[in-house]
Structures are given as C-alpha cells and as structure tokens.
Design a protein around this ligand. Sequence first.
Ligand code: G3H
Ligand code: 13P
Ligand code: ZN
Length: 316
Amino acid sequence: MALVNTKKMFEMAYKNGYAIGAFNVNNMEITQGIINAVAEEKAPLILQISRGARKYAKNSYLKAIINVVVAENPDIPVAINLDHGDTFETCKEFVDDGFTSVMIDASSKPFAENISETKKVVEYAHARDVVVEAELGQLGGIEEDVVGVAQDDISQHLADPNQVEEFVAKTGVDSLAVAIGTSHGAYKFKKEPKLAFDVIQEIAEKLPGFPLVMHGSSSVLKEFVDLINKYGGNMPNAMGVPEQAVSEAAKMAVCKVNIDTDLRLALTAKIRQVFAETPAEFDPRKYLGPGREAIKAMVKHKLHVLGCAGKAAECM
Ligand code: G3H
Ligand code: 13P
Ligand code: ZN
C-alpha cells in the first residue's frame, strides 16, 4: 500500500475511541525502531518531520527511508506529516516533496491571520489529496525550531472553544491541534499538570466527529530520566504529561497524539548506558543498535497507551 493521508485513520480513531501515534523521525535508526514496533503491534502509523529534522537529514533521505518502510509493510497504513510548518511556502515545499499531511502552525499570529494562512495551505494541499492540520491556542516549551509560551503562562493560552466552528468553517482544515495545557520538550511542568479535558469536551460538542490533535504529549517517564542521570547526564526536574491523561484524551476527540521527547529519552538513556558500561566501544552499530531497540520498546508501550495497537487493518 502506498503512503496514505490521515482521513481513514482519524475516522476510525474517532469512532472507536483511540488515537494514532505521530512520532518524529530524524534518521534511520529512529524510523526503524518505530516501524519495528508498529509492525509487531499491527498499528496505524503517522511519521512526522519537523523543519529541524529536514535541516538535519534532508527530506530526500528521510523520504527514501520511509518509502522502504511503506514497501516492506503493506499491511500497515503509514502517513507522513510535516510537523509545525511555519509558512505557506514551507507547507507547499513538503506537499511538493510527497508528504500526505502538513501542519500549518500559525497559532502565534492573530486569529484572522491564522485563518487566512491556514486557508491558503488547505487550498493548495486539498488539490493534491493532502490533508492539513492547524493549531489554535499556544503550547508551552521549546524545541529546536518550535518555540512556545513560558511554563507559567500555559493555562492562559488554551484553545478557545468559541473560535473552533468559525475557524474550521472558514479554513476547511482537516484536523485541529488544540492547546489543552501540554508543552513541548522534556521540561514541561514543575508539578503534575491538569489537562483541560473540559476544553476537549466543549470543542467536541461544537464540532461532532471532528478530529483533534494533542501536541507535547510525552510523559518524560522518570525511569528514563533516572537512567540518563545515572549514566552521566544532567536532566533535573524533567516532568511530562501523565500517561493516564494521554489515554483519557485518546478516548475522547483526540485522534492524533504527537510524541517525540519520550523517544529521544529512550535512545539517549540506552546510548549513555552502553558508553558507561563499555567505555572502549567505538562501533556505532553497538550503541545505535541497542538505541533502536529502546525506541522500539518505547513505541510498543505508547501504542497501548493510545489504544491503537491492533487497529492497522480497520484503518486501511
Ligand atoms: O514539536 C516539535 C518536535 O518535537 C520537533 O522538534 O524542532 O527539535 O525537531 P525539533
Ligand atoms: P513532545 O516534546 O512532548 O514529545 O511533543 C512532540 C510534539 O508535539 C511534536 O509536534
Ligand atoms: Zn508539536
């Protein structure tokens, strides 16, 4: 099966109360770790590439790897998404590169500008059977090319349910990333967060059947932060979204859950462990290989948190 867009996946995820994992990729080992997990668990898959990932590895290399993933796994529906596209021009480039989904993140702009920028992307993408995700409200946290609001301000920038109907009607967008109190990266919160489930519920009532997306969904599991610190790292106070909350959102209107940081942590912890335990090691296969296995184990676990394990066939 060729690369697909996310329409069927979201339809089934909404109807059957689960969410599809959207995992960020930068290289071959991360991509292989993810697909090995998904193939074993028979789950639908969204792979995503940020502008930072494109800068690091080039779309041509990452697309070539993903083409192999698709060819070798005909029973797994795979979509490929641009994560946090900043302008129409960036989105157009990714559509032209053969992506089946693009995100236009104009959420930091005034509402009217977010609408006009999103609409322009939707017109270009839909003419090529590519779906579009947009964002309302602003998340916290910082990653390479994605800058959000400060930790203390997260609750001031949640998505406004009163804007969603107008936004969707005027743009024709296919899914909406809504700020509900999450944050990007490993240093999300100082204490356990409370996600705004009321915002999800209110939006679902205004837009029945419409798929929502949750960004900044990594849980920053203590076990992995502890391993990193044990083997020479220094990640104090790293805290994420409890998995219980992620599972709850996945049962509601949230159909896509973005996870990057938890995979980075699993990979980093394993590589640090190999270096600490075998300091004479210098063969990259001896640390990237175990790192790839660590990614696989983390993704398998996440597929069960999201409820999408075993759902590949119904999303074809
Ligand atoms: O939301 C952002 C993603 O985790 C990608 O981060 O810009 O560091 O590649 P990045
Ligand atoms: P995390 O940093 O919580 O993994 O979020 C990733 C994300 O939202 C990518 O768009
Ligand atoms: Zn994000």
